[in-house]
Design a protein around this ligand. Structure first.
Ligand code: ADP
Ligand code: ASP
Ligand code: MG
Length: 407
């Protein structure tokens, strides 16, 4: 019988302690015993990555990116070795590898590197020797053999990229929830597991804050049409299939609701309203490596206008410094900021053909006395910036209004 390659990825909470590592080892062996070739990608144990980052930030407020990658990549090296030890202890041959050892080559954008090539020779050799291959997620190496990481949540990307390279039959993402839900089940316990979701909706949800899948991994899965099965490490239940557009997916206007609390708002007041000003501001911010998100420019009645935009919390200090410099250069006024904001978004490809969705969202927030600070839309999403203390309230209300829960 022909053997198929299966790629399975286990997230940090799935390998958080010895019992859970043993649980994963048993589960992996069940798959292997079905006569598959098996490649397993693991994340770092529990909160290891956060803990490592916190330690570095105690030593420096601005640690070098290269050194952060040296540090942060170690978490996955521990978990892949431990899982291999656990599987060997259960009597099956397994071998662990770092990203570099299995030929995952990246560019040199430390902390958010892009995978350029994967030379899977070493994996294939180990599979031919009937070994279960365990790969450390979230990492690769540059052409100079410097270790890089693939952005937070990057083990998802390692799994998808390996599934593509190895032409795997299945790519399963095991996590601590039973699949993709209509919203974060930690915020709304009535959230419903979605059976099937299309890449575009998942990409939008991930980009707008649903941390359950890394956005870039969905981009790659979409580009190469690699269906993903997101499911629980702790149950045998089927999870959620993430598939391409024309598969049979239930038609709804709103598929899910997401939030992102890790954003901050910056406003430049009294900006001269003349051609080239916005270009100057955002060129300078881009040069400083700052990814600006939602942008709002007010209509000017006085030849002066205000421009607000949001940035990820992680670059807030850098963004404020850069914005103050630019504001001075272009003769604008004060620079204001607000770190206490959150973005709540509704996502659904059905929005293209349903009207009144935006109005319903704004009405729901109004009914709950939640002020909307900024609004942005895409073809398949609507986002509002609100005060972060109302995030959970907004999510719960919207989830109910759009009838997304288990009734
Ligand atoms: P892992 O360590 O397995 O990669 P993550 O912590 O990255 O797991 O992602 C899983 C978490 O994502 C869940 O525990 C859940 O709280 C959160 N989450 C946010 N939005 C959603 C959603 N729409 N569906 C499922 N989980 C979600
Ligand atoms: N351990 C890394 C992180 O926490 C990668 C991952 O879990 O996917 O971001
Ligand atoms: Mg994750």
């Amino acid at each position: 019988m022909e053997k198929y390659i299966v790629v399975q990825k286990f997230g940090g909470s799935s390998v958080a302690n010895i019992e859970r590592i043993q649980n994963v080892a048993r589960r992996v062996m069940e798959t292997k015993n079905k006569n598959n070739h098996l490649v397993v990608v693991v994340s770092a144990l529990g909160d290891t990555t956060d803990d490592l980052e916190a330690m570095a930030l105690k030593l420096s407020s601005n640690p070098p990116d290269r050194e952060m990658d040296m540090l942060m990549s170690t978490g996955e090296q521990i978990s892949c070795a431990l899982l291999s030890i656990a599987i060997n202890a259960l009597g099956h041959k397994a071998i662990s590898f770092t990203g570099g050892q299995v030929g995952i080559r990246t560019d040199n954008t430390h902390t958010k590197a892009r995978i350029e090539t994967i030379d899977a020779k070493r994996i294939k050799k180990a599979l031919d020797e009937n070994k279960i291959v365990i790969v450390a997620g979230y990492q690769g190496v540059t052409d100079d053999d410097d270790i890089t990481t693939l952005g937070r949540g990057g083990s998802d990307l390692t799994a998808v990229a390996l599934a593509k390279t190895l032409n795997a039959r299945v790519c399963e993402i095991f996590t601590d929830v039973k699949g993709i839900y209509t919203t974060d089940p930690r915020i709304v316990p009535e959230a419903k597991k979605i059976e099937t979701i299309i890449f575009d909706e998942m990409l939008e949800m991930a980009s707008l804050g649903a941390q359950v899948m890394q956005a870039r991994s969905i981009e790659v899965a979409k580009r190469f049409n690699i269906p993903l099965h997101v499911r629980s490490s702790f149950s045998k239940e089927e999870g959620t299939m993430i598939v391409k557009e024309n598969e049979k997916v239930e038609e709804v206007a709103v598929r899910g609701i997401t939030c992102n609390k890790a954003e901050a708002k910056i406003t430049i007041c009294a900006v001269p309203d003349k051609p080239g000003v916005a270009s100057k501001i955002f060129t300078e911010l881009a040069k400083a490596g700052i990814n600006v998100d939602m942008i709002v420019q007010n209509v000017s009645h006085t030849k002066l206008t205000d421009i607000s935009f949001t940035v990820p919390d992680a670059v807030f200090n850098k963004a404020i410094t850069a914005t103050k410099k630019i504001s001075h250069k272009i003769g604008a006024g004060e620079v204001l900021s607000d770190e206490n904001i959150a973005r709540v978004s509704i996502v659904g490809s059905g929005m293209r053909s349903h009207s009144g969705i935006a109005a319903k969202m704004f009405q729901t927030l109004a009914e709950n006395k939640i002020n909307i600070d900024m609004i942005s839309t895409s073809e398949i999403s609507i986002s509002c910036i609100i005060n972060y203390k109302f995030t959970d309230k907004a999510i719960k209300a919207l989830h109910k209004k759009f009838n997304l829960g288990n009734s």
